[in-house]
Design a protein around this ligand. Sequence first.
Ligand SMILES: *Cc1c(COP(=O)(O)O)cnc(C)c1O
Length: 371
Amino acid sequence: MTDLVLPADLLPADGRFGCGPSKVRPQALAHLAEVGDQLLGTSHRQPRVKDQVRRLQQGLNELFGAPEGYEVLLSVGGATAFWDAAAFGLVERRSRHYVFGEFSGKFATATAAAPWLESPDVVEAEAGSRPLPSPAAGCDVQAFTHNETSTGVMQDLRRVDDALVLVDATSGAGGLPVDLTQTDVYYFSLQKGFASEGGLVAAFVSPAAVERIGEIAASDRYVPTFLDLATALDNSRKHQTYNTPGVATIFLAAEQVDWMNDTFGGLDGVVAEQRSKAAAIYGWAESRPWAAPFVTDPAARSLVVATVDLDDAVSADQVNAVLRANGILDTDAYRKLGRNQLRVGMFAAVDRADIEAYTACVDHVVERLAG
Ligand SMILES: *Cc1c(COP(=O)(O)O)cnc(C)c1O
């Protein structure tokens, strides 16, 4: 079946639909190739590289219209390292977690394993749905996940008590609407919504979060330097990181943020475009007898990661194999979810026309498989 050649006029201009790493815009790569020898292989303590860090921080502030007093913190190691950093440096005693898939579960696992913390208070919802936030007595952190990448469900963010609100926005940031005043730490790796490479987290931190970081740093809790948020904050204010970052990661993310600001005039414009892409793919799934959106509540359907269940008669593995052989990549379901499903990353870098081309290609493959 993988011999099936898709007609050239059906193919998307760019075949990258993964949920992370996700499509890096070719224009950003070309720009990196152009200026790279002035940046890569030079000291990250010198102005050239620090200017790129500043460009990223300022661009993010502009994109999100960051509230007064919020700062952009950079932390090496990606979201996975940030969960440990948060367990060390942001949770005082006990955290509340909303778990509704693979990624939201991982931070809860990290705090559960931390011997200096009480066992976390975990509220779970079934894969494909989302838990409702509620006050959590005795917890000093409320941990949300803006977009559960494994299921394609987005969560509403809001303060429900006095706890610090920590949001893993690794796939949601730069695609979903957000009111940062409802959050204290809105953190995200850069290889998803920001079309860059892995290994670095950017986080909007509120004054209350900065205060918490300072209090814990001043306490007698042991914190490994690599995961020390007080150190990360101190360095971020100087437009650098404690240890060496991937400079290409910083550059590509800054390119993407500038492109988003220039093209869409800020996050509202990006989100409007995301809504139109989401309407296209979910509308398509609803109109095909052999497909359906996995997430039943339309309000919970992600604007950045679409999950589409296929009928038992149509094998998603076969569809994906044909697509892959034709250069359309990475739309496999999250493996541990174990569903007959397509999962499509449609972050800001992915053009609406390519989403439509993707659905036309799937139609073509399914017709041939059925015939
Ligand atoms: C991809 C992803 C992560 C993991 O990010 P890393 O940078 O690989 O650590 C965490 N949370 C969410 C929501 C993700 O989508």
